[in-house]
Design a protein around this ligand. Structure first.
Ligand code: ATP
Ligand code: MG
Length: 554
């Protein structure tokens, strides 16, 4: 596998572009675009397309535009536009130009007039249902609409009146006049304009006709001088239409459409429509819920831009649809955080320990390294005092075999501090352990005890110096690898995708975490500070990923 530091691996698109450059096609320019529809938040599948488009441009001293494909006003909003911009920037990319397909509405309209004048488009009065019937099937050719032979003059008149708002929604459509017998159904006189009275988030009520996606996309690419229009495989069958439109219009620029396989990721969903359903039906807490495969969700869970870019590079680029294991994404973030996240201590389920031979009022400010392999990440102060908290399950009255942590009468090392010994177990009336009485060996700070071996090391915090925290342990959102293949993907939601631990304590150095501060909580996992839900007196941290692929305990 390649890593971030090595040269990017070649793939078929990089090869096509290298070839084009060799032949000095497009005067040696590489101009790409990322064209999201602002009808939802970006997801990890989009990240693949973003890394590809921006990456290819950057590698070739080219340019990449961000273009909002906003031709479906019903489902689009400015909230989505803003979220998409934020996410692309957060991933570490800078667009050369920012465009909206709606900026081209006037030009798109003129091009439609041109097609009509050339006898290559006509206004059709068939209903949507009739158009579907007339279209034919894969095995049968389509049937021509009676309106196909309408005169150019009449088409021009009707189309202008469509724009002027003289007709009801759905009364007419403008269709390209191509070939009703084409083996490719997309070429059987596709609709290119429809009447739709909806408010558009940018053009307001200026238009009551809207251009269709296929027609808009190729022209927008051509207007921007895109050289390589990279899209996902489902558009392969649309390429003849893409080329047809530009050929008829004789645009000076004719981008080359190249298709690649969509990212499909196990245990999640990459479809904005379904993600939208998860949000609106409240199966998750919004688009940025850390369980969501959205960029916003991944960011809130603690993923780094680097880990996502690394993931997109690692999965490669092909023309075959395949499923990627969630483990690959988790591997990428684990690598990054293992290298770069400072260590800290948090106790999930505290057990109180009183150190009887430690002075009542004393606090020691212990210096502890932030990273075991990276002294350059510095040190922090971890206060040590008479009452500390450890993890309940780091103590066992009846230890299972090979248990190396604290037992009655036994010793254990507190990470970065002393060796303690448990002398007494205090229980409540019901027999629950409520406190341990221990002693510490003052001679064991940063050195081994004399004459005996203490194997176990556990994490801890000082009771009076630690802060209350809520730790949210996220698991995969779905319980099956391909929820998309279920009759109803909602039935495959994992009921245990979130476990909230609300009585945790974190060490004193975490007094004021900043948004996106990430930590390895020693022996527990990687966590990210949640600035949105944290309140005065309760810090919230989201688990990004466990320490290891399989939960193992030392
Ligand atoms: P969705 O079905 O989730 O709405 P989409 O393809 O309709 O996806 P767009 O906003 O139209 O979403 O996508 C913008 C760009 O991102 C397109 O070029 C599209 O091909 C690409 N893209 C979308 N999903 C994926 C994916 N899973 N893998 C790779 N590229 C994707
Ligand atoms: Mg789409």
């Amino acid at each position: 596998m390649s890593t971030n530091d090595t040269q990017p691996a070649s793939n078929f698109i990089r090869q096509i572009i290298a070839n084009d450059l060799k032949e000095n096609k497009n005067e040696g320019k590489v101009i790409t675009r990322f064209p999201p529809e602002p009808n939802g938040y970006l997801h990890i599948g989009h990240a693949k397309s973003i890394c590809l488009n921006f990456g290819i441009a950057a590698e070739n001293n080219g340019r990449c535009n961000l273009r909002f494909d906003d031709t479906n006003p019903e489902k689009e909003s400015d909230e989505y536009v803003q979220a998409i911009k934020r996410d692309v920037e957060w991933l570490g990319f800078e667009w050369s130009e920012l465009h909206h397909a709606s900026d081209y509405f006037e030009q798109l309209y003129s091009f439609a007039i041109q097609l009509i004048e050339q006898g290559q488009a006509y206004v059709d009065s068939l209903s949507a249902e009739q158009i579907r019937e007339y279209r034919g099937t894969l095995t049968e050719p389509g049937k021509e609409s009676p309106d196909r032979s309408r005169s150019i003059a009449e088409n021009l008149d009707l189309f202008k009146r469509m724009r002027a708002g003289e007709f009801a929604d759905g009364q007419y459509v403008l269709r390209a006049k191509i070939d009703m017998a084409s083996p490719n159904i997309n070429m059987r006189d596709p609709a290119i304009y429809r009447i739709r009275r909806v408010h558009h988030q940018r053009t307001g009520n200026d238009w009551c006709i809207y251009p269709m996606y296929d027609y808009t996309h190729c022209i927008s690419d051509a207007i921007e001088g895109i050289t390589h229009s990279l899209c996902t495989l489902e558009f392969e069958d649309h390429r003849p239409l893409y080329d047809w439109v530009l050929e008829q219009l004789k645009t000076p620029c004719h981008p080359q459409q190249i298709e690649f396989a969509r990212l499909q990721l196990e245990y999640t969903i990459v479809s904005k429509r379904k993600l939208n359903q998860l949000v609106t039906e409240k199966h998750v807490h919004g688009w940025d819920d850390p369980r969501m495969p959205t960029i916003a969700g991944l960011r809130r869970a603690g993923f780094t831009p680097k880990s996502i870019r690394d993931f997109c590079e690692r999965i490669g680029l092909t023309k075959q649809n395949s499923w990627i294991e969630m483990g690959v994404l988790e591997y990428c973030i684990r690598e990054d955080l293992n290298d770069n996240a400072p260590r800290a201590m948090a106790v999930l389920q505290p057990l109180r320990i009183v150190i009887d031979n430690y002075p009542e009022v004393q606090t020691e400010q212990l210096e502890v390294g932030n990273h075991p392999q990276k002294p350059e990440l510095g040190k922090r102060i971890v206060p040590f005092s008479k009452v500390i908290l450890i993890e309940q399950d780091d103590f066992a009255e009846v230890p299972p075999p090979k248990f190396k942590r604290l037992i009655a009468g036994g010793e254990v090392r507190l990470r970065g501090a002393y060796v303690i010994q448990c002398n007494k177990v205090i229980k409540d009336a019901d027999g629950n352990i409520i406190e341990l009485r221990c002693s510490y060996d003052p001679d064991t700070l940063g050195k081994n005890p004399e004459g005996r071996k203490v194997k176990g090391v556990i994490h801890w915090v000082s009771e009076q110096h630690s802060y209350p925290a809520e730790l949210r342990l996220y698991n995969r959102l779905f319980k099956v690898p391909s929820p998309d293949n279920e009759p109803n993907f909602l039935d495959a939601i994992n009921p245990e995708s979130l476990e909230v631990l609300s009585d945790c304590r974190v060490e004193a150095s975490l007094a004021q975490p900043q948004p996106e501060n990430r930590y390895q909580f020693e022996r527990i996992g990687y966590f990210c500070f949640d600035a949105i839900d944290s309140i005065e007196g309760k810090l919230v941290f989201n688990r990004t990923v466990t320490l290891r692929d399989n939960w193992e305990k030392d």
